[in-house]
Design a protein around this ligand. Structure first.
Ligand SMILES: *Cc1c(COP(=O)(O)O)cnc(C)c1O
Length: 385
């Protein structure tokens, strides 16, 4: 044979592969099938690489363990996971009730995409009692999308109660559980139908990979979510799945540290004269603490802080004086971050007057004493601005 042919057929993998601790990162669009019958036998063979190879399957199996799920679908980002679950489970004519404190890009998807395809969207106040929320739902309501604690403002919802009441009415519940990361709160065990998270945050843990997941127990939902992925043509790479799985190995260890350091910093902040309120459901006495104590086994490092009334110049001076906290939008990584929230609150339907600027902190894996010293620097700048 000529070199052209020999080079195309040379260098194939010799099976079986040596066993390593992590899965192999397979790369492949084509999957070679053992015989002609297997070509159209989707029941017994993986026939195309887009469905995911070794690293993706290993990650899915591990996430099933974490979430207590029958099936987990992977998406190229957290926002794609929320959008993907909604697209897979809703149709024209349906209505979805979305918590008003939802992650802002989810609202953008609902308003710009779902509505365009004939799905009605209504935003409910996170403080609405579960009974009223479900009793007031119209006959068209097919899904309630929760996020608890809410993005930026950290309202806790009575998720198990909402899930139980919604189930009685045949309404699906989906939750963005990025704060709980599938670890601190187990939505499926509390009756929620679909548990969604931005793996980008705590599971990845290193602020360098985008991915999202949707987990379900009910086989028909698992199937619909998987079909949704297939219809949309979404896929995640083996390299990214491998990185996520590596993050997952240390999730509980990292989370314990994020949670403990977060509470230490939150407790210190609560006693500061520049702080009006700390929005951290795991902090005793804070709003939502009873629900957190009932349903959660721990805390992550993300919480809100309402400062005493001050002009934007003072909050900017506070942020600009921080040396250890980065200024940025993500969270869940090893590093501490801070941002001002007020510009993001204007889109909300049920706005609340916080009486002062709302800030969000992510407490990373640094020594909390060093972080407190950094915040003290911030407050010095805040006071003199
Ligand atoms: C970051 C985030 C998302 C989206 O995750 P991406 O991977 O950035 O798309 C969704 N929900 C919440 C609560 C988030 O914080």
């Amino acid at each position: 044979m000529s070199d052209e042919t020999r080079l195309i057929h040379a260098g194939k993998t010799s099976a079986p592969l040596a066993e390593t601790v992590g899965p192999p990162i397979q790369k492949g669009s084509t999957i070679l099938l053992p015989n002609a019958e297997a070509l159209y036998d989707d029941a017994n063979y993986l026939t195309y690489g887009r469905a995911g190879l070794a690293a993706q399957s290993a990650l899915q199996a591990a996430l099933c363990e974490l979430e207590g799920a029958e099936g987990v679908t992977l998406y190229p980002s957290g926002i794609a996971a929320v959008a993907g679950a909604m697209l897979a489970l809703l149709k024209a004519g349906d209505e979805v009730l979305v918590v008003d404190s939802v992650y802002k890009p989810v609202r953008r998807f609902c308003d710009n995409v779902l509505k365009r395809f004939g799905v009605a969207v209504a935003y409910y106040d996170p403080r609405t009692p579960a009974e009223k929320l479900v009793a007031d739902a119209s006959a068209q309501v097919r899904m309630i999308l929760l996020e608890s604690p809410g993005s930026l403002s950290f309202e806790m919802q009575d998720t198990p109660r909402i899930a139980a009441l919604a189930r009685e009415r045949g309404i699906l519940t989906c939750i963005d559980n990025t704060w709980g990361a599938g670890l601190l709160f187990k939505p499926l065990a509390y009756g929620v139908d679909v548990s969604i998270q931005a793996l980008t945050k705590y599971v990845g843990g290193h602020s360098d990979v985008f991915m999202g997941s949707a987990a379900a127990r009910e086989p028909s939902l698992v199937r619909k979510l998987a079909d949704g992925i297939n219809h949309m043509g979404w896929a995640v790479s083996g390299e990214d799945a491998y990185a996520m799985l590596r993050g997952l190995r240390t999730l509980p260890t990292r989370m314990a540290r994020h949670g403990a350091s977060g509470l230490e910093v939150a407790g210190w902040l609560r006693d500061r004269p520049e702080v009006a309120e700390v929005l951290h459901p795991a902090l005793p006495g804070a709003a939502g603490h009873d629900l957190w104590a009932r349903d959660y086994t721990g805390a992550c490092g993300l919480f809100g802080v309402i400062l005493t009334p001050a002009p934007a110049a003072a909050t900017n001076a506070f942020l600009n004086a921080l040396e250890l906290f980065g200024l940025g939008f993500s969270w869940g990584g090893f590093e501490s971050l801070a941002l001002a929230c007020d510009p993001q609150l204007a889109v909300r339907k049920h706005r609340r007057d916080y009486g002062g600027p709302l800030m969000r902190l992510h407490i990373g894996l640094e020594d909390p004493a060093d972080l407190i010293a950094d915040l003290r620097r911030g407050f010095d700048a805040f006071k003199s601005a």
